[in-house]
Design a protein around this ligand. Structure first.
Ligand SMILES: CC(C)(COP(=O)(O)OP(=O)(O)OC[C@H]1O[C@@H](n2cnc3c(N)ncnc32)[C@H](O)[C@@H]1OP(=O)(O)O)[C@@H](O)C(=O)NCCC(=O)NCCS
Length: 174
């Protein structure tokens, strides 16, 4: 990744730039609306930004899931087109996973590409026992701070996902 990129948690001052990044990266408004709603409803646990020379070029959102143990949902993830394939999304993920681990979360779920997320330890198998509107081969989980506390049960993303993104093809991680 570009050596000058800084990874840090979002602040309120970053919100307009994050919104602009999401609108441009996805070429639609759903993901920007989703992040606004997650913040407003208190479900955004943290957002990680990547900035180069003070400009926000990447973003990842981690939100509270409904589960029997402390679990986060990852997404949306976006990188500005001019900065893609340089490891920015990977750096956002590594930062976010380390932060979630430090904060004692027990799992992160993502709806995404197994080849990409597999690099970070996400697998379909640990997610497969959970009933979810997003269940399927692209529903992946990563256990943090030990094995998953349960192998089955029900998990769901924060309500804004279903409301804004629809089901079951909601916002995916990649
Ligand atoms: C997906 C995205 C976040 C990747 O960001 P990035 O900084 O380029 O990612 P990295 O450089 O860390 O990793 C690149 C690798 O990710 C993988 N990857 C990227 N986009 C992918 C996709 N849509 N599906 C599967 N794998 C993908 C590839 O293996 C790629 O490898 P390559 O560089 O050799 O082609 C970026 O392309 C983006 O913002 N896309 C538009 C928004 C989006 O679709 N977000 C994901 C859904 S929430």
């Amino acid at each position: 990744m570009t050596a000058s990129a800084i990874l840090r948690e979002e602040t309120a001052e970053d919100h307009p730039a994050i919104r602009a990044l999401l609108l441009t990266a996805f070429q639609r408004s759903g993901e920007a609306e989703l992040v606004d709603a997650l913040r407003k409803e208190g479900d955004l646990v943290f957002g990680c930004i990547a900035a180069i020379d003070g400009v926000i070029v990447g973003y990842a959102a981690l939100s509270r899931m409904s589960a029997a143990f402390p679990a986060l949902g990852l997404g949306p993830v976006a990188v500005a087109a001019a900065h893609r394939s340089k490891g920015v999304a990977s750096a956002l993920l590594r930062w976010s996973l380390a932060r979630a681990q430090d904060d004692q979360w027990r799992a992160i779920f993502v709806l995404g590409d197994g080849a990409f997320y597999g690099r970070f330890g996400f697998r379909p198998e640990p997610a497969a026992g959970f009933a979810s509107p997003y269940a399927g081969p692209h529903f992946l989980a990563l256990a943090l701070n030990g094995a998953l506390p349960a192998a089955e049960g029900t998990v769901d993303y924060a309500p804004a996902f279903g409301r804004i993104c629809g089901r079951p093809s909601g916002v995916s991680g990649v």
